[in-house]
Design a protein around this ligand. Sequence first.
Ligand SMILES: Cc1cc2nc3c(=O)[nH]c(=O)nc-3n(C[C@H](O)[C@H](O)[C@H](O)COP(=O)(O)O)c2cc1C
Length: 244
Amino acid sequence: MNAVIDLLQSHRSIRKFKDVPLQPEHIDAIVASAQMASTSSNVQAYSIIAVTDTEKKQELARLAGNQAYVEHSGLFLVFCADLYRLREATGLNGETFHQNTESFIVATVDATLAAQNAALAAESLGFGIVYIGGIRNAPEDVSRLLQLPELVYPVFGMCIGVPDQEPSARPRLPRQAVLHYNGYQTDDVRQHIETYDETMQEYYRTRTGGKTVTTWSRGMADKFRQPVRAHVRSFLENRGFKLE
Ligand SMILES: Cc1cc2nc3c(=O)[nH]c(=O)nc-3n(C[C@H](O)[C@H](O)[C@H](O)COP(=O)(O)O)c2cc1C
């Protein structure tokens, strides 16, 4: 349809990179694009830590659950939700900073929108990316390593680099499953899941040469039959976020 839509629809996560660091002008273009994402009331409640130091990347790879591509990426960005700067801005004007679950959501959404702009900018330059939520496995250690102040937390990381693999695109849910006109329709939800299970079963079979025979709903059931990263709430409270 057009070049932007083609770019968006050709996304796939890249988990193997050539050993090429990003040039400063590329980093600048990517972060400038991130900064132009929409932001709630212009609060810009996020910060980005660009990790270029090899030892820090190694440590982050380990903390993220031994995801080697963190270490081998050309650049590792950590997107942080940031209420610290807003508290400073409020204090600068002699006011008390009030925060709650709403400001937590605002900061997390702002960080995420900036990240997705960064991802698209990087992909438009021919780089590959993969988000790394794995850094929330050890959010205290990550925060210490990156010297994050109070009221700042790492939402996720992002590997960026020159791709050294060409994975096939991962199919998504049927359009009707995610798009509801004029109100949510629950009637066909299970039908859509079953349709997608068939698609994904075939995708896994092809991608693993027949070794993996599973479905999307099986994967989701395995993931959500127990709490995921239950430590996150107390971590956020320790960092000064008030989830009230
Ligand atoms: C917030 C977030 C966190 C993610 N964390 C990881 C991660 O820690 N490791 C990883 O290999 N992929 C991670 N991913 C990538 C997803 O697995 C991937 O986007 C999804 O399976 C769809 O595949 P695709 O990006 O190739 O289309 C993450 C994606 C998002 C949006």
